[in-house]
Ligand binder design. Structure first.
Ligand code: TYD
Ligand code: MG
Length: 456
């Protein structure tokens, strides 16, 4: 195949060069040159305007455009369907990103094996067909509609696609495939971008949905899915701590649905299991009498769940006190500790504080604040919080408990899980009918008040 002309462009200042250079002579930055394809035909005339093309497109008034709902493919997996916004849209390009080894290939293989009447072509650039078969055997599923090919050349992949004519194309992973038209190696920015552009064109022209797998490393590598985010329609991120069993599928960008969605899975010996009631996993039931544990009612996506917050406060063994938080923003924890120091009068300045959110899950809901504060207080005083108590509320800088969103949903979830009392912000109480509830709802205005309620 004829080589497409390519140039090297500085990522920092945009300077161009026919060859790769280590240090940009214009801006002086190191290692910023990336390969780019030069368009074959000049699309601009000399005065910089597009030549007239015989007006194929025509501007339409927005009320004239027919609003057809997007036809969607049911993925047979309630969590995945929800994160995608109700199924996979035909002709869409979906990127599933995540650290290596988190379970992306397992999730996709498991999903395509369970699809009915959907011919799938699974292109793997990382594993051999035998390895994939072994994995399928481990998951315990088989599907005659699923075709596997191990290929890393984009041109060959497109030939296979024309022969198989799949209803769904999976490419695992985008960093391993390369087009022959570029000299740079697979996984470089130019290759990733070019291959994704070809697959995007294929998806839009044929109406076939395409799932791409992309690795990200801890630094969010530039040759990773970051360069793809604006090209694809949907970006899903598969995350979780490899040492824990839980995996979270988060939607980061979705042109066909909400990005507030979250899917929770559990990694088992025989594949991933959907977790439809996360609270069951995130609560351990034997913390009676233990200090430093508080149960928070948080909302991620549309689902409320109860989650255990643990804190350990101890005198600093070394000169500088240590502060560490797992699953919670460290700066926010420091802010909450400062509020405690100022409002409740606890001297935490010379103490080590460790905070841990159970299950290795990262929660961003500000309504966690009250539980974090309560867990710290409980550990500091070595007094346990009465069992059956949960709480929700954001803490402001002056120690006030601020209202949270969707309070009814939170209370109902706590009630459903058998909790006997819930602490909520007093601003949330107005206009609520509390008489029907079997759970005791206690309103709190301030951190001091919560402290008195919990520890007498
Ligand atoms: P994998 O899907 O290969 O990760 P990725 O494609 O994101 O790199 O999954 C990797 C891990 O999952 C691997 O360490 C083994 C584990 N695993 C299970 O625990 N149970 C299973 O059934 C399977 C298939 C994998
Ligand atoms: Mg993989």
């Amino acid at each position: 195949m004829a080589k497409v002309k390519s140039i090297y462009c500085c990522n920092n200042c945009g300077a161009e060069s026919p060859k790769w250079i280590g240090r940009c002579p214009v801006c002086g930055e190191w290692n910023t040159y990336v390969e780019q394809v030069v368009a074959a035909k000049p699309t601009h005339t000399r005065d910089g305007l597009q030549p007239p093309t015989g007006a194929k497109s025509k501007p339409l008034r927005i009320d004239e455009i027919a609003s057809a709902s997007e036809p969607r493919v049911d993925m047979g997996d309630a969590e995945l369907n929800r994160v995608l916004g109700g199924g996979l849209v035909r002709g869409s390009l979906v990127l599933i990103g995540g650290e290596p080894g988190i379970g992306k290939s397992t999730l996709i293989l498991q999903t395509v094996l369970s699809l009915n009447d959907c011919k799938t072509l699974y292109v793997s650039g990382e594993e051999s067909a035998r390895q994939l078969k072994l994995r399928a055997a481990r998951i315990g599923d088989d599907n005659p509609d699923c075709y596997i090919v191990c290929e890393t050349s984009l041109e060959n992949i497109m030939t296979h696609v024309q022969n198989v004519k799949p209803d769904l194309l999976v490419v695992d992973s985008i960093q391993t495939i390369a087009t022959e038209t570029l000299e740079s190696s697979a996984g470089s920015v130019a290759q990733v971008r070019e291959c994704a552009a070809v697959l995007l064109r294929f998806a839009k022209e044929s109406g076939t949905p395409v799932l791409l797998v992309g690795h990200i490393n801890k630094e969010g590598s530039i040759a990773g899915p970051k360069v793809l985010e604006h090209i694809v329609d949907t970006v899903l991120q598969f995350e979780g701590d490899r040492h824990y069993m839980y995996r979270i599928l988060r939607s980061i960008k979705n042109r066909f649905g909400s990005t507030a969605e979250l899917g929770i899975y559990e990694m088992r010996q025989n594949g991933l299991r959907q977790v439809s009631n996360p609270s069951e996993l995130l609560l351990s039931h034997d913390h009676d009498g233990l200090s430093g544990v508080a149960i928070a009612v948080a909302i991620e996506g549309i689902r409320p769940f109860l989650i255990e917050t643990q804190a350990l406060v101890s005198s600093a063994a070394y000169g500088t006190p240590q502060r560490s938080a797992t699953g919670f923003d460290l700066r926010r924890m420091n802010m909450l500790l400062a509020v405690l120091e100022k409002r409740v009068g606890f001297k935490l300045g010379q103490k080590d504080v460790f905070l841990n959110i159970a299950g290795g899950i990262r929660v961003n809901d500000p309504a966690m604040d009250l539980a974090v504060i309560s867990a710290v207080l409980s550990s500091n005083m070595d007094m346990s919080i009465e069992q059956g108590t949960c709480m929700t509320g954001e803490v402001g800088l002056s120690g006030e408990i601020r209202s949270v969103t969707r309070i009814e949903q939170r209370i109902t979830e706590a009630e459903k899980l058998g909790f006997s009392r819930i602490l909520i912000p007093s601003h949330n109480v107005s206009g609520m009918n509390l008489s029907k509830l079997s759970i005791e709802v206690i309103e709190v205005h301030k951190v001091e008040e919560a402290f008195r309620l919990l520890f007498g």
